[in-house]
Design a protein around this ligand. Sequence first.
Ligand code: NAD
Length: 270
Amino acid sequence: MAEWYTGPKSIAMHLIDLRGKYGVVFGAANQRSIAWAIARVLHDAGATLALTYQNQRLKEWVARLVHDWEGPVLLECDVATDEQIAAVFEELGRRFGALSFVVHSVAYANREDLEGAFSRTGRQGFRTALEISAYSLVPIVRHAAPLMEKDGGSIVALTFNASQRVYPEYNVMGTAKAALEQEVRQLAFELGPRNIRVNALSPGPLDTLASRGIHGFLDMKRIHAERAPLRRNVTHEEVAKAALFLLSDLSSGITGTVLPVDAGYHIMGV
Ligand code: NAD
């Protein structure tokens, strides 16, 4: 796993050529972030990228990740703030002129809303989880679409199987992911005539900052590996390769879909 974070260029560079394409990835916090895994394959495939970070505290981490990139564009964006989202896309318009893809890899819920009885979820906690994890895709797409006007584009959000199944300890985040997936369908319908595609990836459990905050995460990961048809967990690289597919012309006929990258776990009953 360590090699994936820091090692030689990934297989992406052999799969597809994204030179001359511009994109933005929301949600890199550290070397374990799914956003970073995706950014790496896009970069290796030749894309020019901007990465956003949530706040000044995370800026240093993200800057370290891209230390060997030529002129990386790093922009602060707390997705709770409309002004910051607008400012990011203004800056991208100035720097890149056009965008080919956007990755939304952002989620947040208060810890108390991920644990215990779901019926105890408070109004404010519900609002926070839905606003950060689901609503934020809407203004991001609204600002991205005009920059994709010329050649179309591809947008990918990150969801989880708890949108449709009960995962104890996931609670309000399951509700947020259900909302996010419906947004993907609605946005795909709205933007299809402009050749802008909107899809979601639904990875199995991966070790990240966010997932380690979920009580019982390691058990969940073990159970996935035991029961999934491939009898293992997926890797960051496998999720990133699926993102590369959805963000590139390889998937030109696909929009409005949720693609599980979970070693097949989602097909299982008992
Ligand atoms: P992560 O902690 O590395 O990424 C989550 C990101 O969300 C962080 O960069 C954090 O800064 C950002 N964020 C939170 N609140 C924000 C705000 N107000 N404004 C801007 N950014 C904010 O964890 P991750 O697991 O890579 O999560 C990325 C996405 O993948 C999430 O949508 C998550 O639900 C989804 N996902 C994760 C897993 C998993 O097992 N790790 C599985 C399926 C889906």
